[in-house]
Design a protein around this ligand. Structure first.
Ligand code: SAH
Length: 405
């Protein structure tokens, strides 16, 4: 196997189980005899060693600033049952959380580094697992992973692979980036329902965003339900209407769902009709958030409860400044439209924007509008999106629930 030798003292973070080896930490590479190329192949398993020739771990090689993603520490070879054991361990965590009830069959099974499988995401919707590879190594392992999912998780019968948006750009990645890896006979994909806390959601992993649904807001949606009774609610950036359904179940007076994507709005309407066939108090609009809020403000429209769950404004560290300005701007617009005594649920899913920076942006928005604001809750990603304590970069979703006087 190819060996990657680190510069001296660069083994420290690996010894603390941080799973990334940065290219700048590498002193030299000793290719194994089979290599025809002058570099390791992308996605190949490599053994990482310290300057003193100590085995630090084994991981996937990739060209880029993160050169190796470690799969196992302190050993030079993956055990034969590696994938099955990791998947079983992840499942056990979800079992311990209490996610498997008759009311819920929607959960994240593998959350990358948080489940010690860097580069891999697996979301489960009823009997279907949707697998996303973020590294070439995981892409190459996709079939083994699919089989291990079927072998280890009783409810999974189909494995859909969806990595067209998540793999690093490379012209000659071998194999399909999208499609079923395993599909049970007669499986329908055009009318597929998954259950979250007793609510039914139509999941479209073929055409939908991410793996088809934003499982990470499950707990926060349940909190909206608790606050929704008799309120006029605006669910901005609603996607398929997650927060809207919870607000309706919580007894909201009215719910407006807004998203720029017409496809998302079509799904919101389908989901509302399925769960609340008689509801007359829900409206879904395809519109840009800033334009919608500006137009509503011009008509003096106000709400009791607003949810703001925008897409990641900062996808990279160099975009942080603009992102913070964006968060301030959208939050100011929302705070302005909240009736006295109303509530704002505001989120950021940009990993590059940390809790403090986000809170500061929301603070600036409140100050700009000049309203008295109290923080009622500080929210985060749910337990099936665990953060590996050695890899704080895994923390990405944060939210604030504000009481606006
Ligand atoms: N709250 C949702 C997830 C939101 S994801 C849930 O619980 O499932 C972010 C959403 O913002 C996406 O659906 C995307 O289509 C939408 N979006 C992106 N840019 C937008 C814009 N400028 N105006 C309105 N919606 C936008």
């Amino acid at each position: 196997m190819t060996e990657i030798f680190l510069k001296s003292h660069k083994e420290e973070s690996l010894k603390r189980f941080h799973p990334w080896v940065f290219s700048g930490a590498i002193a030299r590479i000793v290719l194994d005899a089979e290599h025809k190329t002058s570099e390791p192949e992308e996605g190949e398993l490599v053994c990482v060693k310290s300057a003193a020739n100590e085995v630090l771990g084994i991981g996937h090689w990739q060209i880029g600033s993160i050169a190796v993603r470690i799969l196992a520490f302190g050993i030079a070879e993956l055990p034969e049952n590696f994938w099955n054991e990791r998947i079983k361990a992840a499942y056990k965590v979800r079992e311990a959380i209490g996610l498997f009830t008759t009311d819920n069959n929607t959960f994240r099974l593998i959350h990358g580094e948080g489940d010690f499988l860097p580069g891999l995401i697996v979301d489960v919707y009823a009997d279907t697992a949707v697998v996303q590879a973020h590294s070439i190594g995981m892409h190459l392992a996709r079939k083994t992973i699919a089989q291990a999912l079927i072998d280890e998780i009783p409810q999974i019968q189909n494995v859909y692979y969806k990595s067209d948006d998540t793999l690093p750009f490379k012209a000659n990645i071998e194999g399909e980036k999208i499609g079923y890896l395993i599909q049970k006979e007669g499986e329908k994909t055009d009318d597929f329902w998954s259950l979250e806390n007793g609510l039914q959601f139509r999941i479209d992993w073929l055409r939908g965003q991410k793996t088809g649904f934003f499982i990470d807001q499950r707990e926060n949606r349940a909190l909206v339900e608790r606050y929704a009774a008799n309120k006029d609610v605006l669910n901005m950036f609603c996607y398929t209407g997650g927060f809207s359904l919870y607000a309706l179940r919580g007894g909201a007076k009215s719910v407006d769902s807004v998203d720029v994507s017409q496809k998302a709005i079509d799904l919101v309407n389908i989901n509302v009709a399925r769960n609340f066939p008689k509801a007359k108090n829900h409206t879904a609009v395809a519109a840009d958030a800033f334009e919608y809020l500006t137009a509503q403000k011009a008509q003096n429209r106000t709400y009791d409860l607003i949810i703001l769950d925008p897409p990641a404004f900062a996808k990279h560290r160099d975009a942080i400044k603009n992102a913070l300005r964006g968060y301030q701007r959208i939050n100011a617009k929302a705070i302005e439209m909240i009736r006295p005594g109303g509530i704002l649920f505001t989120f950021s899913c940009s990993q590059a924007v940390d809790k403090e920076a986000f809170r500061l942006a929301v603070f600036s928005a409140a100050a700009q509008v000049g309203r008295k604001v109290r923080i009622l809750h500080q929210l985060h990603q749910p337990q099936d999106h665990p953060i590996n304590i050695y890899h704080p970069e895994g923390e990405y979703l944060k939210g604030l629930v504000l009481y606006v006087e």
